[in-house]
Every structure is written in structure tokens, then in C-alpha cells.
Write a protein that binds this ligand. Structure first.
Ligand code: SAM
Ligand code: SF4
Length: 466
């Protein structure tokens, strides 16, 4: 990831920081916040790791091979670290995120040139960890610093105000961790227990993002719709109420949230979809499987029929809402009949887009050791079949947009000269030949063509809603 330049940070003795980010939007947000923590120490973002004073690998552990990718990247960085040392400089190497949390000791054993290992809940302690690492000699394993605690304090209370402007579309983490313990998932072990930030802190951060140019904010959490935070009056709000408060902020044109669990899709939140126009008609609501047997084995605590009822209620509240989902194929015990039930559910719901994965056993999770593991070639066969169906659903949804006039939030220049790119309400990328001045506005455009993953449009009017 390339982090944007820090806005108003006063930098003395400028040092170069390069952050490499894997994984979800929450990791992208975390990387920006780690840069915020280091900015007062003189670290400014660098485009490349070559010659950097510090490189952070912000890692993801959700599926296998993540750790192997980290070790191969570390091998490459080691050479850059040696080159820096040969010039008389020093490159501090830090591994952060969920691989660090799960495999910290292994990282230091296999890559003793790593200076710092820190988990997702301790990055507010980076200045202290960095000071300790700097005091230790390079490559001194005994001096390497490891902090994978789940500290009693909430890191958000100790982070500086976000300094890095994120652009027109910004992320804001409101909830972390998860108490649901799905059979396949490492998140409860790597991110820890569910924690919700207070509403006042979220609103203050949203105001700052808007002041820095954000027009769309996506609220983030591993299980974001479980958010229940302290309200400004001392009571407790749910996500629906928070959305209503954020929608009132001047300058904010669009709100989204991800990722949600079906069990936490409560009435108050569905009603926000009905009542709050700023809340976009798009929801990523992972179902994982269409088979009740597999859903029970996954400890999802909902059935396929429950999921369809939630979709019906959402569509009754907001008829144009588009749905997205995650699917896992080949969870232990999944039979061809179970898999057929997943295909049936996809056909019945009609998703605008979706992500699908082969089940990947994660060490320490219950599903990793149960009998009935599905052979890899069979998982692959099912994945291909599901993805072909999902591609067809997405193509159908995109084709249905052709001829419509949609409000698009333009986010930046497109790939070709004279082009700008934006997002439809349904999160589709939309390309258009038009003036750069459209960026940051919501403008009504006519959709003229549908591609597999995006739309092309022409202008019908200028600056409709900004
Ligand atoms: N909290 C979200 C939910 O409950 O649906 C999901 C968060 S998880 C970070 C993102 C997605 O990764 C999951 O929805 C799931 O489809 C996929 N995933 C998680 N663990 C997996 C595993 N062991 N193998 C394959 N896919 C996995
Ligand atoms: Fe993982 Fe999501 Fe299940 Fe939590 S609800 S354990 S984050 S899949």
C-alpha cells in the first residue's frame, strides 16, 4: 500500500517509512493509523522499501499461505536491509497484524533480522517498541521486541488523531474483534474479544475525515453490526442509531458499513436502511453456505431460511438494495448435496457481487482438526462451479444497470487520459470521460455499458447533488 502524505504533521529529522499491507480494509485502516503514530517521531511515508528507515509488514492470517508470503517478503526485505547497513544506515523491520499475533515466535526464529513483532491490539505502543528496537543491535535476536498482548486499554484511546487524509472514500474502524467463534475463523484468536468504540470518538473522527475531504465513509469492524457503543449521553447506541447521527454530519454524502453477521442484522439497523438516504443501498452480508447442516457445523447460528428472511426484510425496507456475500466451499463435512444447497441459495437471492473461498484449515480453529476434510481437488471443483454462477449473477446485475441514470461519487482520475472514475450506490466502479472537477461530487450519470466488474457512463447533468 502507498500511504498518502501526512497533512499537517510537523516533521523534524525526516525518516522514511514504508508499509506493506495484506488483507482486509481493516488492515488498510490500521496501516494508516500506524503511520499516524510514527509521524510525530519524524517518519514520513515512502513509496518503496529501498532505503527506508523502517518497513512494516501488516499481515493477514485469514487463509493459508499468508505466513509463507510474509516469509518470502521478509527474505526480499532482508537484502534491502543489508544494503542499507552497507551504506551505514539502518532499516528497522517490523511485522504487524494477525500473522504476527499468531506466529510471532516463529517469525523471530526464522527471520532473526526482524526487529519488532506486534499484534493488532498493540500498535499504539509502536513508539516505545521502536525505541527498544533501536537500542538493540541489528540482528540481535535477544534484543528483538515482541508485543502480542491483548492489553486492558483500548488502543484507540492512545492513538493520535488520524493525520493522513484518506481521500474521497475513507475507512473508519468502529468495532474490533469477534465473539462469534465460527468454526473456521482465526479472527477471535488474532484480534481478540469484541470491542466497540464510543460514539463520540467515532463522530469526532468522522468530522476530521470530512474536513480532510472524505465524502463517503465506510464504517469497519470484523463484526461491524454487533457495534453497541457508549452514546454521547452516557446510554448505549446500536449501529442504526450511530448511522443516523453520522448521516447528519454536514459534508458527508455517503455511508457504508462492513462486514456484517446475519445474526446481528437487527430491526433498528434494517430501519436505518429504510430511513437514511445517506446509507447506500448495498450490503455485504456473508452467508458462507446454503446448507443448514454446514451452517450448524460452522457455528454460524443461522439457517439458510433465516438468511433469506433477512434479505426479504432488507428488500422490503429498501427495495433497490444490492447484496454481496462471502462463501466458503469444502468446509469439513460438506457433501455434494450441501454444496448444491449453496448454489440454490445463490440463485434464490441473486447477489450483485460476492467473494468465494476454498476452505483453508487454520491452526487452532475447531474445524481444522475435525474428520471429514474435503480433498483439495474437490474443493477446487466446487469453487469453480460456484464462481461461474456468481460471475453470471454479477454480470446480470451489472447489465440491469445499463440505461439507468445513477448518482456516482467520483473518487479520482481513471486509467485513461480525460477519464474519471467513481462508485455507484451499489459499489460498482463507474468510468466516464469527463472533467477532473467531478472528483468529490455526486453526479447523475447515464450508464451506457456493463463490463464484468465495472460500468461505463456518460454525463447527463453536472454536479447534481454535491
Ligand atoms: N465477520 C465476517 C463474517 O462473519 O462473515 C467475515 C470476516 S472474515 C475476515 C472474511 C471472510 O473470509 C469470511 O467471510 C470467510 O468467507 C473467509 N474465511 C474466513 N476464514 C476462512 C477459512 N479458514 N477458509 C476460507 N475462507 C475463510
Ligand atoms: Fe470470523 Fe466473522 Fe465468524 Fe467472527 S463472525 S468468527 S469474524 S467469520
Amino acid at each position: 500500500m502507498t500511504l498518502p502524505e501526512h497533512g499537517n504533521t510537523t516533521v523534524t529529522g525526516r525518516k522514511r517509512l514504508h508499509v506493506i499491507t495484506w488483507g482486509c480494509q481493516m488492515n488498510v485502516y490500521d496501516s494508516a493509523r500506524m503511520a499516524d503514530v510514527l509521524a510525530p517521531l519524524g517518519y514520513a511515508p515512502a513509496e518503496a522499501p529501498d532505503g527506508a528507515d523502517m518497513v512494516i509488514l501488516n499481515t493477514c492470517h485469514i487463509r493459508e499461505k499468508a505466513a509463507e508470503k510474509v516469509f518470502s517478503e521478509l527474505g526480499r526485505l532482508r537484502r534491502l536491509q543489508e544494503a542499507r547497513a552497507a551504506e551505514g544506515g539502518r532499516m528497522i523491520l517490523a511485522v504487524a497484524g494477525c500473522v504476527a499475533q499468531a506466529e510471532g515466535a516463529e517469525i523471530l526464529a526464522r527471520a532473526p533480522y526482524v526487529d519488532i513483532v506486534l499484534g493488532p491490539q498493540t500498535y499504539h505502543r509502536l513508539p516505545e517498541l521502536l525505541a527498544r528496537a533501536v537500542r538493540a543491535a541489528h540482528g540481535d535476536r535477544a534484543g528483538a521486541v515482541i508485543d502480542t498482548d491483548f492489553p486492558p486499554e483500548q488502543k484507540f484511546d492512545f492513538l493520535p488523531e488520524a493525520a493522513a487524509p484518506q481521500g474521497v472514500c475513507a475507512f473508519l474502524t468502529i468495532q474490533e474483534g469477534c465473539d462469534r467463534f465460527c468454526s473456521f475463523c482465526v479472527v477471535p484468536y488474532t484480534r481478540g474479544a469484541e470491542q466497540s468504540r464510543p460514539a463520540a470518538a467515532i463522530i469526532a473522527e468522522a468530522r476530521r475525515l470530512i474536513a480532510h475531504g472524505a465524502r463517503e465513509i465506510t464504517l469497519l469492524g470484523q463484526n461491524v453490526n454487533a457495534w453497541h457503543g457508549e452514546a454521547p449521553d452516557g446510554g448505549t447506541w446500536g449501529l442504526g442509531r450511530l448511522i443516523r447521527a453520522l448521516a447528519d454530519l454536514p459534508g458527508l454524502l455517503r455511508l457504508r458499513y462492513a462486514t456484517s453477521h446475519p445474526r446481528d442484522m437487527i430491526d433498528e439497523l434494517i430501519e436505518a436502511h429504510r430511513d437514511v438516504p445517506t446509507l447506500m443501498p448495498f450490503l455485504h452480508l456473508p452467508v458462507q453456505s446454503g446448507s443448514d447442516r454446514v451452517l450448524a457445523a460452522m457455528n454460524r447460528r443461522h439457517t439458510a431460511a433465516d438468511y433469506r428472511r433477512i434479505v426479504d426484510r432488507l428488500r422490503a425496507a429498501r427495495p433497490d438494495i444490492a447484496l454481496s456475500s462471502d462463501f466458503i466451499v469444502g468446509h469439513p463435512g460438506e457433501t455434494v448435496e450441501d454444496f448444491a444447497a449453496t448454489l440454490d441459495l445463490v440463485r434464490a437471492v441473486g447477489f450483485a457481487q460476492a467473494y468465494s473461498f476454498r476452505y483453508s484449515p487454520r491452526p487452532g480453529t475447531p474445524a481444522a482438526t475435525v474428520p471429514g476434510q474435503v480433498p483439495e481437488p474437490e474443493k477446487e471443483r466446487r469453487l469453480q462451479e460456484l464462481q461461474a454462477l456468481l460471475r453470471g449473477e454479477q454480470a446480470r446485475f451489472n447489465a440491469g444497470c445499463v440505461g439507468l441514470t445513477l448518482p456516482v461519487l467520483f473518487t479520482g482520475p481513471g486509467r485513461h487520459p480525460g477519464q474519471v472514475v467513481g462508485r455507484s450506490p451499489f459499489l460498482q466502479p463507474v468510468h466516464l470521460t469527463g472533467p477532473a472537477g467531478l472528483v468529490g461530487t455526486v453526479t447523475g450519470v447515464r450508464i451506457v455499458a456493463a463490463l464484468p466488474n465495472s460500468l461505463s457512463a456518460t454525463l447527463v447533468q453536472e454536479r447534481a447533488c454535491a
